[in-house]
Design a protein around this ligand. Structure first.
Ligand SMILES: O=C(O)CCC(=O)C(=O)O
Length: 241
């Protein structure tokens, strides 16, 4: 693919691979502004709230779901930002991502989930290790089983171990789905349930992306820094084409 390469062999072996500068400065600035606008909508929210089918999940003190926000407007996840944000819709429909996914072996991929994952400076808690494949259902799960899938996170801000960077457990995409992930307590690490011997926290600049298997265990640590960390997340499943 012109301008981009992806290491399909590393992806097959580890279950994840970084693509540097997937998005250029203009696209990233548009997404950063769009994320700011979404966060402004949520400025007074103290509980999880849906607005025009965009679901804003608040950041609680413990990190557990359904507890009040650590302060008004504190967010941990925004699900389906593409429903109201043109910049996130454009990301969801970016053909270059679909082409890279095809190189990884999943043809005619379609996006079934899009999210923003904010992690606040200082207050952002860890995200327990889990496998996204455990959270799909219906037609999307059927297509994942039949045609495979690839998930993608794009850094909107610089992301590293200090600010709760995206963390992967390499190789875990080969060991099957761990049961009971739906009941997880978001304040707990589930590291003990997975082989963590190939744990990695890739440092990402805005616009860098991680392509990873829906079966790869991943999560993130708390944000102990003064820098916020936001990711855009997309889940793709293949189709008959
Ligand atoms: O925010 C993060 O660091 C990870 C989020 C995540 O893995 C998820 O929402 O499934």
């Amino acid at each position: 693919m012109a301008g981009f390469e992806i290491d399909a062999a590393a992806y097959a072996a580890e279950g994840w691979v970084v693509v540097r500068s997937l998005l250029g400065a203009q696209a990233i600035e548009a997404l950063q502004r769009a994320a700011d606008e979404l966060e402004a909508i949520a400025a007074e929210f103290v509980r999880d709230t849906a607005v025009r089918r965009v679901y804003f999940e608040v950041q609680s003190t413990s990190g557990r779901k359904r507890e009040p926000a650590v302060r008004p407007g504190a967010l941990r996840k925004i699900t389906s930002p593409s429903r109201i944000s043109p910049a996130f819709r454009a990301l969801r429909e970016d053909d270059r991502i679909v082409e890279l996914i095809a190189v990884l072996g999943v043809a005619s991929a379609r996006c079934v989930v899009d999210q923003v994952n904010p992690k606040m400076a200082v207050f952002g808690t860890g995200f327990p290790f889990h496998q996204d494949a455990a959270f799909l259902h219906g037609v999307a799960l059927r297509d994942l089983a039949s045609f495979g899938g690839v998930n993608v996170v794009v850094a909107l801000d610089a992301s590293d171990a200090e600010n709760g960077g995206f963390t992967v457990l390499g190789g875990t995409h080969r060991s099957g789905l761990v049961e009971g992930q739906h009941r997880y307590d978001a304040s707990q690490s589930l590291e003990h349930r997975f082989d963590a011997s190939r744990r990695a926290v890739p440092s990402l600049a805005p616009g860098d992306a991680v392509f990873f298997s829906p079966w790869l265990a991943h999560g993130s640590g708390p944000n102990r820094s003064e820098r916020r960390r936001r990711l855009a997340t997309l889940w793709f499943v293949g189709s008959r084409g």
